[in-house]
Design a protein around this ligand. Structure first.
Ligand code: ATP
Length: 136
Protein backbone atom coordinates (compact mmCIF):
# COMPACT_ATOMS: atom_id res chain seq x y z
CA UNK A 1 0.00 0.00 0.00
CA UNK A 2 1.25 3.51 -0.84
CA UNK A 3 2.58 5.56 2.07
CA UNK A 4 3.35 9.18 2.90
CA UNK A 5 5.83 10.37 5.56
CA UNK A 6 4.24 12.14 8.56
CA UNK A 7 6.44 14.32 10.76
CA UNK A 8 4.98 16.12 13.78
CA UNK A 9 7.28 18.40 15.78
CA UNK A 10 6.95 20.83 18.70
CA UNK A 11 9.39 23.47 19.99
CA UNK A 12 9.70 21.71 23.40
CA UNK A 13 9.87 18.06 22.37
CA UNK A 14 11.26 18.12 18.82
CA UNK A 15 9.94 15.19 16.74
CA UNK A 16 6.88 13.65 18.37
CA UNK A 17 5.98 11.44 15.38
CA UNK A 18 8.05 10.42 12.36
CA UNK A 19 6.67 7.48 10.32
CA UNK A 20 5.39 6.37 6.95
CA UNK A 21 1.59 6.22 7.11
CA UNK A 22 -1.33 5.32 4.83
CA UNK A 23 -3.68 8.21 5.65
CA UNK A 24 -4.06 11.18 7.98
CA UNK A 25 -7.40 12.68 9.00
CA UNK A 26 -7.01 16.18 10.43
CA UNK A 27 -9.19 19.15 11.35
CA UNK A 28 -8.04 22.41 9.83
CA UNK A 29 -9.57 25.87 10.17
CA UNK A 30 -11.34 25.06 6.87
CA UNK A 31 -12.80 21.73 8.04
CA UNK A 32 -11.82 18.06 8.08
CA UNK A 33 -9.22 16.85 5.58
CA UNK A 34 -8.15 13.34 4.60
CA UNK A 35 -4.55 13.26 3.37
CA UNK A 36 -3.47 10.31 1.24
CA UNK A 37 -0.10 9.65 -0.45
CA UNK A 38 0.50 11.88 -3.51
CA UNK A 39 -1.76 14.63 -2.13
CA UNK A 40 -1.46 18.01 -3.84
CA UNK A 41 0.67 20.71 -2.18
CA UNK A 42 -1.18 22.36 0.68
CA UNK A 43 -0.48 24.73 3.57
CA UNK A 44 -3.10 25.16 6.28
CA UNK A 45 -3.67 25.91 9.95
CA UNK A 46 -4.93 23.21 12.32
CA UNK A 47 -7.30 23.51 15.28
CA UNK A 48 -6.82 21.60 18.58
CA UNK A 49 -8.03 18.02 18.04
CA UNK A 50 -7.29 14.30 18.04
CA UNK A 51 -5.70 13.53 14.64
CA UNK A 52 -6.43 10.06 13.22
CA UNK A 53 -3.42 8.28 11.72
CA UNK A 54 -3.92 5.15 9.60
CA UNK A 55 -0.77 3.01 9.70
CA UNK A 56 -0.12 -0.47 8.30
CA UNK A 57 -0.69 -1.84 11.83
CA UNK A 58 -4.04 -0.04 12.35
CA UNK A 59 -5.33 3.37 13.42
CA UNK A 60 -3.84 5.53 16.17
CA UNK A 61 -4.66 8.98 17.49
CA UNK A 62 -2.30 11.86 18.19
CA UNK A 63 -3.21 15.04 20.06
CA UNK A 64 -2.26 18.30 18.34
CA UNK A 65 -2.85 21.71 19.94
CA UNK A 66 -3.25 23.45 16.56
CA UNK A 67 -0.34 24.71 14.47
CA UNK A 68 0.56 24.55 10.81
CA UNK A 69 0.48 21.67 8.34
CA UNK A 70 2.42 21.57 5.08
CA UNK A 71 1.61 18.78 2.62
CA UNK A 72 3.61 17.73 -0.44
CA UNK A 73 2.96 14.53 -2.46
CA UNK A 74 5.62 12.66 -0.37
CA UNK A 75 5.46 14.27 3.07
CA UNK A 76 3.20 15.86 5.70
CA UNK A 77 4.90 18.24 8.14
CA UNK A 78 3.04 19.51 11.21
CA UNK A 79 4.51 22.15 13.53
CA UNK A 80 2.47 22.60 16.69
CA UNK A 81 2.88 24.24 20.11
CA UNK A 82 2.06 20.87 21.68
CA UNK A 83 1.49 17.33 20.38
CA UNK A 84 1.24 14.09 22.33
CA UNK A 85 0.92 10.38 21.60
CA UNK A 86 -1.62 8.45 23.76
CA UNK A 87 1.08 7.10 26.11
CA UNK A 88 2.36 10.63 26.82
CA UNK A 89 -0.99 12.07 27.91
CA UNK A 90 -1.66 12.48 31.62
CA UNK A 91 -5.44 11.86 31.88
CA UNK A 92 -5.82 13.40 35.32
CA UNK A 93 -4.06 16.58 34.20
CA UNK A 94 -6.36 16.77 31.15
CA UNK A 95 -9.45 16.18 33.34
CA UNK A 96 -8.30 18.95 35.70
CA UNK A 97 -7.78 21.32 32.73
CA UNK A 98 -11.24 20.35 31.42
CA UNK A 99 -12.91 21.06 34.79
CA UNK A 100 -11.06 24.37 35.22
CA UNK A 101 -12.07 25.61 31.78
CA UNK A 102 -15.70 24.40 32.14
CA UNK A 103 -16.06 26.13 35.51
CA UNK A 104 -14.63 29.38 34.11
CA UNK A 105 -17.04 29.30 31.19
CA UNK A 106 -20.03 28.43 33.42
CA UNK A 107 -19.43 31.46 35.69
CA UNK A 108 -20.14 33.95 32.88
CA UNK A 109 -17.82 36.37 34.68
CA UNK A 110 -17.09 39.39 32.40
CA UNK A 111 -13.45 39.32 33.60
CA UNK A 112 -12.94 35.91 32.00
CA UNK A 113 -11.12 35.57 28.70
CA UNK A 114 -13.71 33.37 26.96
CA UNK A 115 -11.55 32.60 23.91
CA UNK A 116 -8.73 31.42 26.18
CA UNK A 117 -11.07 29.25 28.28
CA UNK A 118 -12.69 27.76 25.15
CA UNK A 119 -9.26 26.98 23.67
CA UNK A 120 -8.17 25.30 26.95
CA UNK A 121 -11.43 23.28 26.96
CA UNK A 122 -10.87 22.19 23.33
CA UNK A 123 -7.29 21.05 24.15
CA UNK A 124 -8.45 19.12 27.21
CA UNK A 125 -11.34 17.45 25.32
CA UNK A 126 -9.02 16.43 22.47
CA UNK A 127 -6.41 15.00 24.89
CA UNK A 128 -9.12 12.99 26.64
CA UNK A 129 -10.45 11.74 23.28
CA UNK A 130 -6.96 10.46 22.35
CA UNK A 131 -7.11 8.44 25.60
CA UNK A 132 -10.59 7.15 24.67
CA UNK A 133 -12.46 9.41 27.15
CA UNK A 134 -15.40 11.19 25.48
CA UNK A 135 -16.55 14.40 27.18
CA UNK A 136 -19.41 15.12 24.71
P1 ATP B 1 -2.50 22.61 31.39
O1 ATP B 1 -3.49 23.65 31.85
O2 ATP B 1 -2.70 21.29 32.07
O3 ATP B 1 -1.06 23.09 31.39
P2 ATP B 1 -2.65 23.25 28.58
O4 ATP B 1 -3.64 22.80 27.56
O5 ATP B 1 -2.68 24.69 28.95
O6 ATP B 1 -2.87 22.29 29.86
P3 ATP B 1 -0.47 23.28 26.78
O7 ATP B 1 -0.16 24.75 26.83
O8 ATP B 1 -1.24 22.76 25.60
O9 ATP B 1 -1.19 22.85 28.15
O10 ATP B 1 0.90 22.44 26.87
C1 ATP B 1 2.00 22.85 27.68
C2 ATP B 1 2.94 21.66 27.81
O11 ATP B 1 2.37 20.68 28.70
C3 ATP B 1 3.22 20.93 26.50
O12 ATP B 1 4.56 20.46 26.50
C4 ATP B 1 2.26 19.74 26.53
O13 ATP B 1 2.75 18.64 25.79
C5 ATP B 1 2.17 19.44 28.03
N1 ATP B 1 0.86 18.94 28.46
C6 ATP B 1 -0.26 19.67 28.69
N2 ATP B 1 -1.26 18.89 29.12
C7 ATP B 1 -0.79 17.63 29.16
C8 ATP B 1 -1.35 16.36 29.53
N3 ATP B 1 -2.63 16.23 29.94
N4 ATP B 1 -0.56 15.27 29.44
C9 ATP B 1 0.73 15.38 29.04
N5 ATP B 1 1.33 16.54 28.68
C10 ATP B 1 0.59 17.65 28.73
Amino acid sequence: MATILLEVATPDKGNVYDKDINMLIVRSICGELGILPKHANLLTELIPHAMRIKEASGETKLFVSGGFMEVTPEKITILADAAEAPDDIDVERARAAYNRASERLAKKDPEIDIDRAEAALARAKARLLVKGVHMG
